[in-house]
Design a protein around this ligand. Structure first.
Ligand code: MN
Length: 288
């Protein structure tokens, strides 16, 4: 078994804009080397929104130096950015946005979801880019539910949707800058599965819904994360009820992480440059 290095406990919620009641399950800063190449994990909801005619969410803001990966479980998110990309993503869809050298975007509930209201739940994961890719051109991958292959787990334990990386012989559709696996795992009550984890990767299991026992002894509940050591073959997950789990693994990027709000670079000088570039309009703009 791969030993657990740390269990991250739930934290209190805060609102991102007026659309996303978020628990930040981990964030870059102290301990950023341990979670590399991942930077931040925001779990929004579950929350039930009343119908509204107004636009809930976050207006235009910049990012530089990393990627934001948005996975929708319930509800719908509408996105527009300065590269001209945009769209609505709903349950099962994933948006993999590469801010790289600079992007401006907005993130709102879709007009359709706002009108009906209902349950809302999503994850936004920030993934670092190596220094050599931080100033590359920005990009956007809209990955629909139908593009994401689903594999059955052993012993009728449930399913895994392979968003990025590989699970056995099955490959996920997301293009990543460094080796990353991202699996949306649904465990049935009573499931007992063993997941192979790549040697040398940072590996974490986040429980979004349900209760899971990791490696036969560590209980994890909603909004808790187990982070594993980087060596050892596999992790064992036993579901004490129907559970939704996000499994993340990635090759660590052994470079300094210097963050300031929506910018994550490798030095304070690069952060100052990002602020200057943004204030000078060099991140472009969202077409009206
Ligand atoms: Mn954003």
């Amino acid at each position: 078994m791969r030993q657990i290095a740390e269990v991250k406990q739930p934290v209190s919620r805060h609102w991102v804009g007026d659309g996303f009641p978020v628990r930040t399950l981990f964030s870059y800063g102290e301990g950023s080397a341990a979670v590399s190449p991942f930077l931040l994990f925001d779990y929004a909801g579950p929350h039930v929104f009343e119908p509204t005619a107004s636009q809930r969410g976050v207006g235009q803001h910049p990012h530089r130096g990393f990627e934001t990966v948005t996975i929708v479980y319930d509800g719908e998110v509408a996105h527009r950015d300065s590269t001209g990309q945009g769209g609505v993503i709903g349950p099962g869809d994933v948006q993999w946005m590469t801010a790289a050298g600079g992007i401006i975007h907005e993130e709102f509930h879709s007009p359709g979801f706002a009108k009906t209201g209902g349950p809302f739940r999503m994850v936004q994961l920030w993934v670092n880019l190596p220094a050599k890719h931080k100033m590359s051109a920005p990009g956007y991958q809209g990955i629909s539910k139908a593009d994401i292959p689903e594999v059955s787990l052993a012993n009728d334990g449930g399913t895994a949707r392979i968003i990025a990386g590989q699970f056995g012989a099955v490959k996920g559709p997301a293009r990543t800058a460094t080796p990353i696996n991202l699996w949306d795992v649904r465990l049935k009550a009573g499931a007992d599965v063993t997941l192979d984890l790549p040697e040398g990767h940072t590996a974490m299991v986040a429980v979004l819904t349900g209760h899971v026992t990791v490696n036969s002894g560590q209980a994890l509940g909603e909004a808790e994360i187990a982070r594993f050591e980087r060596t050892g073959p596999a992790a064992r997950l036993q579901a004490d009820g129907d559970s939704i789990v996000l499994v993340m693994t990635g090759e660590p990027i052994n470079e300094p992480v210097v963050g300031h709000g929506p910018f994550v670079m490798t030095s304070t000088q690069e952060i100052r440059q990002a602020i200057t570039d943004f204030n000078s309009g060099r991140f472009g703009q969202i077409a009206s």
